[in-house]
Ligand binder design. Structure first.
Ligand SMILES: Cc1cc2nc3c(=O)[nH]c(=O)nc-3n(C[C@H](O)[C@H](O)[C@H](O)COP(=O)(O)OP(=O)(O)OC[C@H]3O[C@@H](n4cnc5c(N)ncnc54)[C@H](O)[C@@H]3O)c2cc1C
Length: 307
C-alpha cells in the first residue's frame, strides 16, 4: 500500500479531515512553488497523535508535517507525498503556575505565535515576543528551535508532546531532555507544547513586541520569503553573502534581498527552483571565496523528502 493510501485509511479510521490541492501561495510565506495534492488536517492534538500513529504503525511512512509554512518551500508542480497540516489544531490555554511563578501555557502544535501571545497578554506573562510578527507555529518553533534577539524557543519550553516518526508512539519530553541546539529541536511530530512563561505585565510584553517588530521592519524585507536562507556559520551568513557582493542577485522571480543578504525574497512569480537555484549559487560562491560551507535552513516539501 502506498504512503498516501495508508494515510487515507488512517484518516478514515480516526475521523481526520482531508484537504485537497494546497497551493504554496496560501500555505507558505515564500508563496512560490507548487501545490500539495492532499493533506490531512486533525482538529486537535490528541486526534493528531492518533492519526500519526495509525499512519506509522501500519508500516507506512510518516507524513510530512506542515505548520505555518514560514520555513518551508513546496517543490514546483504537484507534490503527492502525504502531508499533515497542523493549521486546524490551534488551541492555547493556561494550565497552571510553576513553583517559581512561571506561567504554564499549553499550545497545540498548530497554534500561531499570535495565538500564544494573545493568551500571554491575558494571563500577565511573556517570553515569546522574539517571534512576534512571524507566522510560525508552536510545533514549528520547537522542531526548529526558532530564535532571535539572543532568545530561543529552548528557553521557554517546559515540555513537548512528541510522536515518534518511526514507531508512532507519543510521549511527553521535558524541555531539558529535547536536545535543543542551534536551530535544532524535537525529532518528531510535536502535537503540543507546554511553555513556561515569565510573569510580565501586558505593557512590558507590548513594549518588547514593539521593539522587536521595529527592528524587523528596519532590517528584514517585507516581501514574501522563508526567513533566513542559511544557518549561522563561523560568521553570520548575511555578512558572508554581503561580502561576496551578492545582494540583489536574481534568479527568475527570486532575489537576494538588498536589505538582508540572508533572505531570498519572492519578487513575484518566484518558483521553488528559483529559490533553491539561488541558494545553491550563493553556497557555491561563498565556498569559493571564503572556503566556508553554508548549511541551508529552509525545508523543501517534495515527494522524496523524508520526515
Ligand atoms: C519573515 C520571517 C522571519 C523569520 N524570523 C525568524 C527568526 O527570527 N528566527 C527563527 O528561528 N526563524 C525565523 N523564521 C523562520 C520560521 O518562522 C521558523 O523556522 C519557525 O520555527 C517555522 O515554523 P513553521 O510553523 O512556520 O514551520 P514550517 O515552515 O511549517 O515547517 C518547518 C519545519 O518544521 C517542521 N514542523 C512544522 N510543524 C511541526 C510540528 N508540529 N511538529 C514537528 N515538526 C514540525 C516541518 O516539517 C519542517 O521541517 C522567519 C521566517 C519568516 C518568513
Amino acid at each position: 500500500m502506498s504512503a498516501a493510501e495508508n494515510c487515507l485509511k488512517a484518516a478514515r479510521r480516526t475521523g481526520t479531515d482531508i484537504m485537497h490541492d494546497l497551493p504554496a501561495a496560501r500555505f507558505t510565506t515564500y508563496r512560490g512553488g507548487g501545490r500539495v495534492k492532499c493533506a490531512f488536517a486533525p482538529t486537535d492534538a490528541e486526534r493528531a497523535a492518533e492519526f500519526f500513529s495509525e499512519c506509522v504503525a501500519t508500516g507506512g511512512e510518516a507524513p510530512f508535517v506542515l505548520g505555518g509554512g514560514s520555513k518551508t518551500v513546496i517543490a514546483d508542480g504537484e507534490v503527492s507525498r502525504p502531508v499533515l497540516y497542523t493549521g486546524r489544531m490551534r488551541a492555547v490555554r493556561c494550565v497552571g503556575v510553576r513553583e517559581d511563578g512561571r506561567v504554564l501555557v499549553r499550545a497545540e502544535g498548530g497554534a500561531r505565535v499570535s495565538d500564544i501571545l494573545a493568551v500571554c497578554a491575558d494571563r500577565g506573562c511573556g517570553g515569546a515576543e522574539f517571534m512576534c510578527g512571524v507566522p510560525a507555529t508552536a510545533g514549528g518553533m520547537v522542531r526548529m528551535n526558532a530564535g532571535a534577539f539572543g532568545e530561543e524557543t529552548a528557553d521557554i519550553v517546559e515540555e513537548a508532546e512528541v510522536s515518534d516518526p518511526l514507531t508512532g508512539e507519543s510521549r511527553r519530553i521535558r524541555g531539558e531532555d529535547i536536545g535543543f541546539a542551534y536551530r535544532r529541536g524535537a525529532e518528531g511530530f510535536v502535537t503540543a507544547v507546554t511553555f513556561a512563561f515569565i510573569p510580565m505585565s501586558a505593557e512590558e510584553s507590548a513594549a518588547r513586541r514593539e521593539s522587536f517588530l521595529a527592528y524587523r521592519r528596519a532590517h528584514q524585507p517585507s516581501k514574501p520569503s522563508c526567513g533566513s536562507m542559511f544557518k549561522r556559520s563561523v560568521l553570520p551568513a548575511w555578512a558572508l553573502i554581503e561580502d561576496a557582493g551578492l545582494k540583489g542577485v536574481r534568479l527568475g522571480g527570486a532575489e537576494i534581498s538588498r536589505l538582508h543578504a540572508n533572505f531570498v525574497v519572492n519578487t513575484g512569480g518566484g518558483s521553488a527552483a528559483d529559490l533553491t537555484g539561488l541558494a545553491e549559487f550563493v553556497g557555491m560562491r561563498v565556498r569559493e571565496l571564503f572556503g566556508i560551507a553554508l548549511e541551508k535552513e529552509f525545508k523543501i516539501l517534495a515527494d522524496d523528502l523524508p520526515f
